[in-house]
Design a protein around this ligand. Structure first.
Ligand SMILES: [Zn+2]
Length: 464
């Protein structure tokens, strides 16, 4: 049975460099297999590319066309090639300026990213996804009528990879989200209720048993699965030289138990939110898909991958197959051919979009940097995303077997349609507006180096 493959468009900015035909041709050249469909983003870090009730539409530049495009125009270009349309929903909604939706870390600091589980975020996400599905379905019908093309809206994927960003300062691990709504929901799922938070509002705390501030990023213990025992956590902590509470007044067993309780409560909270959002979309045969990085417990998505293998939660999973092996038996899955799935792709395009956005350059953490600094940081992120590429035919050969019956198990792969020349061209053409700090330009090489090193971490999305 041949591999079924999908093209992943990480950001509409790619379309200013390559049109639909070129993207389809490049994919075939890279992998030697035809594609069944294309995956398009519902929104980006700086806006929504269609008319909606909440924000002005953000137009798209399309290669070779003078007029600006919206989502519908882009769908039309791919649909007339007979490609099925998949839509991705990135719930971080970085373009939202209202504090009331923003995530809050354990210490009470907030950042400009929407909290996935807030009632209002869910409503907004549902509205955007519903509208995007409507647009895609209309355009597919039109492509069928005009070109006889066999295209349909095939699925909606929620990208979970960075819904709960984390950071670290001086050994202190700062996890999100602990806003009032999250606290209330988590307390409802944890046997200890609100008492659970007390274990984490101190230092060291149970997170330090499995996470460690490594200076340039956060180191972690990889083998956290749903049924892990407190004893095993303590053992792994000791082995890796993480905090094991051995010589402390706290009881290691109690600390490890609180950690497991937190992980279970968080997983339940995220999956309940996922169910709510999919239910709200009122899908009509389109598949419910989730994107995660491909680790056993994924800290920034708050989920255990093997527990997402559940028809009650989704129909299909997309994750990077290179880090771990999983036995997915109930739902279908596709291998996402980029290290850590969409994580670095999102970080790069988020930075690319925000660095050119007047609002971000005036009111966010980005305002502090001079134009020269932002351009350097952009190049660094580009190298980071390109170094995570999985683009060799050998990688395809190494994937797990396809499921023959097609009911559950692996059904194919997804490949992002970017390469070095596309990224270089996007970075070179980026027009970075002046920030608020231009005249205080910093030429101290040490300072500059610190900033760059800060961005090299495991979690680049959390630096701003
Ligand atoms: Zn929250």
């Amino acid at each position: 049975m041949p591999e079924k493959s999908l093209i992943y468009v990480p950001d509409m900015a790619v379309l200013s460099q390559r049109n639909a035909e070129e993207i389809q041709r490049d994919h075939h050249k890279r992998w030697g297999v035809a594609t069944e469909g294309v995956v398009l983003p519902i929104c980006t870090a700086t806006g929504v590319p269609f008319k909606n009730d909440f924000t002005a539409e953000k137009t798209i530049r399309y290669k070779g066309r003078a007029e600006e495009f919206l989502l519908g125009n882009v769908v039309a270009e791919f649909a007339k090639l007979g490609l099925d349309i998949y839509l991705t929903l990135d719930p971080t909604l970085h373009f939202i300026k209202s504090d009331s939706l923003h995530i809050v870390d354990i210490s009470g600091d907030s950042s400009a990213q929407a909290c996935f589980s807030k009632k209002r975020t869910k409503k907004l996400l549902t509205h955007l996804a519903k509208k995007a599905v409507e647009i895609a379905t209309e355009e597919c019908a039109r492509a069928r009528g005009t070109h006889g093309a066999d295209a349909k809206t095939a699925g909606v994927a929620i990208d979970l990879t960075d819904i709960l960003p984390m950071g670290a300062t001086n050994e202190r691990i700062e996890l999100t989200c602990f806003c009032n709504e999250c606290r209330q929901q988590l307390a409802g799922y944890a046997p200890r209720g609100r008492r659970l938070f007390g274990y984490f509002e101190t230092f060291p705390n149970p997170w330090n048993m499995t996470l460690k501030d490594a200076g340039s990023g956060i180191g972690q213990i990889n083998e956290l699965d749903w049924n892990i025992s407190p004893e095993r956590i303590i053992g792994l902590s000791k082995m890796k030289g993480f905090e094991s509470f051995e010589d402390r007044e706290q009881d290691p067993h109690e600390q490890a138990t609180a950690l497991i309780e937190y992980l279970h409560a968080r997983h339940t909270q995220v999956t309940e939110t996922v169910k709510d959002i999919f239910a709200g979309m009122e899908l009509n045969g389109e598949k419910r898909i989730l994107i995660t990085e491909g680790s056993h417990y994924d800290w920034t998505s708050g989920t255990f991958l093997e527990k997402l293998d559940d028809k009650g939660v989704c129909d299909e999973l997309w994750f990077d197959p290179t880090a771990n092996e999983f036995d997915i038996r109930k739902v279908q899955y596709r291998s996402f051919l980029w290290k850590r799935s969409t994580y670095f792709l999102n970080a790069f395009f988020q930075f690319l979009n925000q660095s050119q956005d007047h609002y971000a350059r005036t009111y966010t953490g980005l305002a502090r940097h001079t134009v020269g600094e932002v351009e350097q940081l952009l190049k660094l992120r580009m190298r980071q995303v390109l170094s995570a590429a999985v683009t060799e035919k050998l990688d395809l050969f190494l994937l797990p077997d396809l499921d023959e019956e097609g009911e559950a198990g692996r059904i194919g792969f997804i490949s992002p349609c970017i390469d070095e020349s596309i990224c270089l061209s996007l970075v070179e053409k980026a027009k970075v507006p002046e920030g608020t700090n231009e005249d205080k330009g910093n030429d101290d090489p040490k300072d500059m180096l610190d900033k760059l090193v800060g961005l090299m971490g495991l979690h680049p999305g959390t630096n701003y």
